[in-house]
Design a protein. Structure first.
Length: 206
């Protein structure tokens, strides 16, 4: 498998024999330093997710499976996140709050590294800012079972390898929507979550 890190590091695979600080700096250099403006128009609602990269020897990405009882995107694989609440100071605050509420991971374990391109969800009407956070080891999960059915990790190298994704399309109300699917074990990552992963992969592979 060709690892995304091979394209980031001049010395090869940074997940082997490299400290988390080394590969973290190289990933961070490919992210936006400031969030892009959310173009909300008249109907879209602002939201944010945290794309949590766990600082292990082989870095991984934390994902959740949404509860079947959720009003939108029930049962789908997603990143911790949600709509902006009135008390949120910023979209970063939204992402960190949602991470803590859904998984129990305290924001004290997270260092915000940067941002990806905003993503619009057509059906639910959100404009989402993806916030990339580096999560140090030692955290404890305390899953909100009303919102989250499962929490799991996927190697970052696996997610960023184009061989592990397939293009798909679906027609809804006469409009063709194209997206990617990324299988991993019993899970299939698709929709907004998959597109954010593809956006991250594209940045690491250029």
């Amino acid at each position: 498998m060709r690892k995304a890190f091979d394209m980031v590091s001049d010395s090869g695979n940074i997940s082997t024999g490299a400290s988390p600080r080394g590969w973290r700096a190289r990933i961070q250099s490919r992210l936006d330093r400031a969030p892009q403006e959310l173009r909300l128009g008249q109907t879209l609602k602002p939201a944010a997710i945290l794309l949590p990269i766990i600082e292990r020897e082989e870095p991984s990405v934390l994902l959740t499976k949404r509860s079947e009882d959720m009003p939108t995107h029930a049962g789908q694989i997603s990143f911790p996140g949600g709509r902006v609440h009135p008390g949120d100071e910023s979209l970063v605050h939204t992402a960190l709050r949602e991470l803590e509420e859904e998984t129990g991971i305290s924001r004290e374990f997270v260092a915000v590294g940067g941002f990806l391109d905003p993503y619009e969800t057509v059906n639910s009407g959100f404009m989402i800012l993806p916030v990339v956070g580096f999560v140090r080891e030692g955290f404890t999960l305390n899953v909100n079972e009303q919102e989250v059915a499962e929490v799991f990790e996927v190697p970052l190298a696996y997610l960023c390898d184009p061989k592990n994704r397939s293009p798909m399309s679906v027609e809804r109300q006469g409009v063709i929507r194209e997206f990617h699917t990324i299988p991993f074990g019993a899970h299939t990552i698709w929709g907004a979550t998959a597109e954010m992963i593809v956006n991250l992969s594209g940045r690491l592979c250029t």
